[in-house]
Ligand binder design. Structure first.
Ligand code: ITT
Length: 192
């Protein structure tokens, strides 16, 4: 079974490929020859997730999965949230995003945060189903580790003494927001 994963983020693709069983082939936007930018103009994580899936489904008419992820920090009223990719001003500049977040949490003792992923699947008939994954943790004082991507160097999940950037991809997939959302998606495919 072939499913397009409508993401321009290679790290998301690598994690997702490790999560799906071998009979599901995830096609990248490159594999299907899509070269444009997908609009992310919705005001919620769920809205953007659906927008990404819908954009590609409308163009190709084939099964599509897309996801939007945000880091929600409690004392910042859920920021950066839906703006996680461009928090520091430049889309996808992880260093700038983390710098601004650490600056905004300077001196703050409550460092509670959660990653939230909403994955949206549109099947061959155009029917949409969404899957949510959340992992709670704390924002560290400094960057640590060198694995993962995005905010992984400053996010320590509850119950662990290391940040996501110090997890292997397999360890992260076992507990992460994306891992949870994709496991729900895989279960859905297997039971329908
Ligand atoms: P798409 O093409 O799928 O939209 P993106 O990189 O633009 O890829 P998002 O719009 O979902 O992704 O933005 C989420 C931002 O949050 C992204 O820029 C990453 O820096 C960060 N992020 C997403 N997943 C993450 C994860 O598992 N760990 C750490 N940071 C993550």
């Amino acid at each position: 079974m072939e499913i397009i994963f409508a993401t321009g983020n290679k790290n998301k693709m690598a994690e997702a490929k490790a999560l799906v069983p071998s009979h599901i082939r995830l096609l990248s936007l490159g594999d299907i020859g899509f070269k444009g930018d997908i609009e992310e103009s919705a005001e919620t994580i769920e809205g953007n997730s659906i927008l990404k899936a819908r954009t590609i489904y409308d163009l190709y008419g084939k099964p599509v999965i897309a996801e939007d992820t945000g880091l929600e920090v409690e004392v910042l009223n859920g920021e950066p949230g839906v703006r996680s990719a461009r928090y520091g001003g430049e889309h996808g500049n992880a260093d700038k995003n983390m710098e601004l977040l650490l600056e905004n949490l300077n001196g703050e003792l409550n460092r509670s945060a959660r990653f939230k992923t909403v994955a949206s699947f549109i099947d061959d008939k155009g029917i949409l189903t969404c899957f949510e994954g959340i992992v709670s943790g704390n924002i560290t004082l400094h960057k640590q580790g060198c694995g993962g991507f995005g905010y992984d160097p400053i996010f320590k999940p509850i119950g662990f003494d290391k940040v996501f950037a110090e997890f292997t991809e397999h360890e992260k997939n076992l507990i992460s927001h994306r891992g949870i959302a994709f496991k729900k998606f895989i279960r859905f495919l297997e039971t329908r």
